[in-house]
Design a protein around this ligand. Structure first.
Ligand code: DAH
Length: 342
């Protein structure tokens, strides 16, 4: 009988190991522990055994019975756990306390356009510089040929700190620092967040982004400026962009211009978006004023340069067709997430 029990144990273990579903496990239980199963048969056989041997074998059979029963329960439990694990994996739950659909982040449309412009200029040998948002009067105005009481300051009212520092009104505020940092020749772009005291509406914000660019070298002229702007805009809009210059006044450039691009909607024919002119105003620019170059430590007998102040927020509005500037700072994730990958 001992051998029989040993053989039974092995058969049971093999059958249980092969069971892959709860039904198959239940079948193993019924087969081995049921009324007509081998364990019941052993009990019947036990009747024919006598004395002390009967007691020993009886105990052994009970142990086997308990063993089988525990093994069946454990196998069923393991299967249940594996099923739950598989379900979790299928639902891609990284953490059971998170919602089942993991939230993917996305880039802000201004970040997207900034990176695009940066990569075009970087490919043309421009360095990309960062600069603080809190600046002093000298860098924001004085060094840019805007002395105190100059009327050009009126358009650039901003937020002042108690210590006299201010939130920069334009990225031009970094020009002096960058000229001093690198000297000439120099090609640099410096994107940044700017602030002004504005009445907010669909076209005006108190917080917006610009990207300044300067190129200083021997014999730099307006044709260099036109070339770089055309190249960059054609890359960003993925079409050939025509540009034109109109005179514009900014104290830190001479001559100064407003650079217009051919209307992206009508291609220059004239439509409501461009007020039927065929042109959109995009980017003020000009040849850097000698006073500004001198303040930056640049030798004006040897070097000239151009500068531009690209409105990144404005560019993003044009590229993505955003009609209201307030959408950029409104914090509406659903609205802002649509532009990634475009
Ligand atoms: N800083 C000017 C503004 O925000 C824009 C500007 C004009 C920048 C002409 C330039 C420039 O570099 O050459 O109003």
């Amino acid at each position: 009988m001992n051998d029989k029990i040993q053989a039974l144990r092995e058969r049971f273990a093999a059958r249980l190991a092969a069971a892959e579903t709860p039904e198959q496990i239940e079948e193993v239980r019924v087969t081995f522990l049921g009324k007509k199963g081998p364990v019941a048969d052993l009990m019947t056989e036990l009747r024919g055994v006598d004395g002390a041997e009967k007691a020993r074998l009886g105990q052994l059979i009970n142990t086997v019975k308990a063993e089988f029963s525990a093994a069946v329960t454990a196998a069923a439990e393991a299967l249940r756990k594996a099923a739950i694990d598989a379900q979790i994996r299928r639902a891609r739950l990284y953490n059971p306390s998170l919602p089942t659909e993991p939230q993917r982040g996305s880039y802000h449309p201004i970040t997207l356009i900034q990176r695009e412009v940066e990569s075009v200029f970087a490919s043309m040998g421009f360095v990309i510089e960062d600069y603080p948002e809190v600046v002093d009067d000298y860098h924001c105005f004085e060094a840019l040929n805007i002395p105190k009481h100059h009327p050009a300051r009126d358009m650039q009212d901003t937020y002042y700190l108690d210590n006299g520092q201010l939130l920069k009104t334009h990225t031009s505020a970094a020009q002096n620092y960058i000229m001093k940092k690198y000297g000439a020749p120099l090609r640099a772009i410096f994107p940044g967040r700017c602030f002004r005291n504005e009445a907010i509406d669909a076209c005006h914000e108190n917080t917006f982004f610009q990207m300044e660019g300067i190129m200083i070298d021997e014999d730099i002229s307006i044709s260099n400026l036109i070339y770089f702007m055309k190249k960059m805009l054609s890359e960003v809009f993925r079409q050939d962009i025509r540009v034109r210059l109109r005179p514009g006044f900014f104290p830190f450039v001479e001559p100064g211009f407003e650079l217009d691009i051919s209307c992206l909607i009508c291609g220059g024919e004239g439509c409501p978006s461009c007020k039927n002119s065929g042109w959109l105003e995009l980017c003020p620019c000009g040849m850097i004023h000698p006073n500004v170059l001198r303040a930056g430590g640049i030798d004006t007998d040897k070097y000239t340069g151009f500068a531009f102040g690209l409105g990144l927020t404005r560019l993003a509005m044009m590229k993505y067709g955003v009609g209201d500037i307030r959408d950029f700072n409104g914090g509406q994730m659903k609205a802002l997430a649509q532009f990634s990958g475009r």
